[in-house]
Design a protein around this ligand. Structure first.
Ligand SMILES: *Cc1c(COP(=O)(O)O)cnc(C)c1O
Length: 495
């Protein structure tokens, strides 16, 4: 702090160090003990509000150590920990510790990575991170892109670039009008809900989404895709893009990307891959062939905050031709004297944001700390554990294993001796498993989420967690069965 001005925001060097050391010590203890307590306390919002209190905004400042001690107590004692070895919910990973350190450094330097001049080294680090991500998944390092807040934003960023490239050129100037053919986009029914938001935002409309049937394995049916495209062309719609899933959000299915890419070429459509969850698994040599076709994508969404173990938030849009992002997002207001050139990136010209934080640092740090070998080992282990989860469920007389793809397993609790007709039995099992999931989530010994597969309500475990072990999986099986029996006993909804 300059001696010429004192400020209420100032923190003396001694104080910063004291509070900082306290935080670092406390955090390192917590990370050591993630598995000891529950995954979550299951407290209600009302209980938490009572703990937090209803005090008004303070008029005068409070000492930094007091605030940070309170924050530690509130968060350490009342959070859900996705770093817990038995957290297998949704797709939220255990964060790599180096990411927490990177975020601290990043907040201290505080570069604004919207413009090169405001973030000279941070911009270069982001460019390098993007290049490494392309190398990591095995597409050409000539892909460009941008880091965003997550999978939704990564998909939106690509979607609008696709529309700019493939829809009538007048849209960018005239807006959406009735003068051109209605736009159509194609994806399987397993596609994440971002597609609906994108259709609302970007003028395609919900009716412009063509939900293509899946085959028995859950992949988009290529014959149906082609039929739908040709029918749309005959009927005067304007197809613009096809979205392939590289690990769908619910069960981890990877579409036949090679065939989708080939159809896109034939019909001159943008080929987008939603790999938010699954595409990092392309780093595993023996999975290369399942991801064949990613190198043909015009754009790919991937989420470092999922399988690359970055702390939230970090998503990434990769594009084969970086100029497509410039064509979509670049503007040149008079108040910016930012030079841009091939070598000098202004990231505000590549996506939705203007001022941008330095998300790249935590991704860049983890990629180096873990290395390709490390990721192959970690991602491979997650998949192995998911397969073990599936096998143990298959072998257990009271569990029915349903699906296993990448690191996602779905299963359900099925009591032995279930009489009754098939239809009533299915309805009963759905209620039972929904009650079971809710009960497991409240108790906090394990955190699973759900999937609905061909009408069956399933428990779902997604392992993007380098802290989970074989022992955790064995224990989780026992926890599910024990709770399942209990719920069934208490169930008023007898068969
Ligand atoms: C998680 C996920 C998304 C959404 O990503 P967020 O980071 O939650 O915004 C989109 N698509 C797929 C396939 C996903 O797994």
């Amino acid at each position: 702090m300059s001696p010429d001005r004192t400020s209420p925001a100032a923190l003396s060097k001694a104080e910063f160090r004291k509070v900082g050391h306290y935080l670092v010590d406390t955090i390192s203890d917590l990370m050591d003990r993630f598995g000891e307590g529950p995954v979550t306390t299951g407290e209600t919002a009302n209980q938490l509000q009572a703990i937090l209190g209803t005090a008004s905004l303070p008029e005068t400042g409070v000492a930094a150590d007091v605030i940070m001690k309170r924050a530690v107590s509130l968060l350490f004692n009342h959070s859900l920990f996705n770093g817990h070895p038995k957290f297998l919910g949704y797709i939220t990973s255990s964060p790599a510790p180096i990411g927490a350190l990177a975020d601290l450094l990043c907040a201290a330097v505080n570069p604004n990575v919207g413009a090169n001049i405001l973030s000279p080294m941070a911009t270069e680090i982001e460019k390098q991170t993007i290049r490494w991500l392309a190398e990591f998944i095995g597409v050409s390092p000539a892909y460009g892109g941008i880091l965003v807040s997550g999978g939704n934003m990564a998909n939106f960023t690509a979607f609008l670039a696709a529309r700019t490239a493939k829809a009538p050129k007048s849209i960018k100037e005239e807006g959406i009008s009735t003068n051109h053919a209605p736009l159509a986009v194609y994806c399987s029914k397993a596609t994440h809900a971002w597609i609906e938001k994108a259709a609302f935002f970007f003028g395609v409309g919900a009716n412009g989404i063509r939900w293509i049937e899946q085959d028995d394995a859950g992949k988009m049916r290529i014959d149906m895709l082609e039929q739908t495209i040709t029918r749309d062309l005959q009927n005067g719609s304007a197809p613009i893009m096809v979205i392939g899933n590289a690990g769908d959000v619910s069960t981890g299915v990877i579409d036949d990307l090679k065939s989708i890419g080939a159809l896109c070429k034939t019909y001159n459509l943008w080929f987008h891959i939603d790999g938010a969850y699954g595409v990092p698994a392309a780093v595993i040599p023996k999975l290369k062939n399942v991801f064949a076709g990613i190198e043909d994508a015009d754009s790919i969404a991937l989420d470092p905050h999922k399988w690359l173990y970055s702390p939230l938030e970090a998503g990434c849009t990769l594009v084969k031709d970086p100029q497509t992002l410039i064509n979509t997002y670049s503007t040149h207001p008079v108040y910016y004297n930012f030079n841009s050139s091939e070598s000098q990136h202004n990231y505000y010209e590549y996506g939705f944001q203007n001022s941008r934080g330095f998300r790249a640092l935590k991704v860049w740090a983890a990629l180096q700390h873990i290395g390709r070998e490390g990721y192959i080992q970690m991602i491979g282990k997650d998949i192995e554990l998911s397969q073990l989860f599936f096998q143990l469920a298959t072998r257990h007389p009271e569990l029915e294993a349903i699906t296993q793809n990448l690191s996602i397993t779905t299963l359900r609790y099925v009591p032995t001796d279930m009489p009754g007709d098939a239809e009533r039995k299915e309805a009963y099992l759905n209620t039972l498993n929904e009650d079971l999931l809710n009960s497991l989530q409240r108790k906090g010994d394990v955190f699973l989420s759900n999937a609905v597969i061909k009408g069956k309500y399933c428990l779902r475990g997604c392992i993007v967690n380098f802290r989970t072990s074989e022992k955790d999986i064995e224990e989780i099986i026992n926890i599910i069965v024990k709770e399942g029996r209990k719920i069934q006993m208490e169930s008023v909804n007898v068969l």
